[in-house]
Design a protein around this ligand. Structure first.
Ligand SMILES: [Zn+2]
Length: 130
């Protein structure tokens, strides 16, 4: 029977992803958001309905509540990259999980097949002996 997955192929695929994980850059969980806000100064135009100030937020859920932190403007692009990297790392972890589950399932099947082959080989040798 042809099998698409072999245990050794799966182990190699897992190893490659773990190696890729090791090359990951800085990452952070949460959602990156660009929005606007009032600066708080009563003298500023934003206080009297004028244009608000662009700002960036990092939001995440903590115990079911949304937590938001302001990101300094000069760090915004960098943090946006961290968020993207976190998504990539999370996707790789999920793939490793799935490959690991396939490996576990296939291991039992291939062990049974090996045992059958060994049993069959023993059967042959018995027939050959006088
Ligand atoms: Zn303002």
């Amino acid at each position: 029977m042809m099998e698409l997955d072999s245990e050794s192929t799966l182990r190699a695929q897992i190893k490659a992803r773990i190696k890729e994980l090791g090359k990951a850059g800085m990452f952070i969980s949460g959602s990156f958001m660009r929005t606007e806000r009032k600066c708080g100064s009563k003298k500023c135009a934003c206080a009297t309905g004028g244009a608000k100030h662009p700002c960036c937020l990092l939001t995440s859920k903590v115990n079911g509540k949304t937590k938001a932190i302001y990101i300094p403007v000069d760090l915004a692009d960098e943090v946006e990259g961290w968020v993207a990297e976190h998504r990539r790392v999370k996707a790789m972890l999920k793939e490793i999980d799935e490959l690991g589950e396939r490996l576990i399932k296939i291991h039992v099947r291939s062990r049974r097949r090996r045992e059958r082959n060994i049993a069959a080989a023993r059967g042959c040798r018995k027939e050959e002996s006088p």
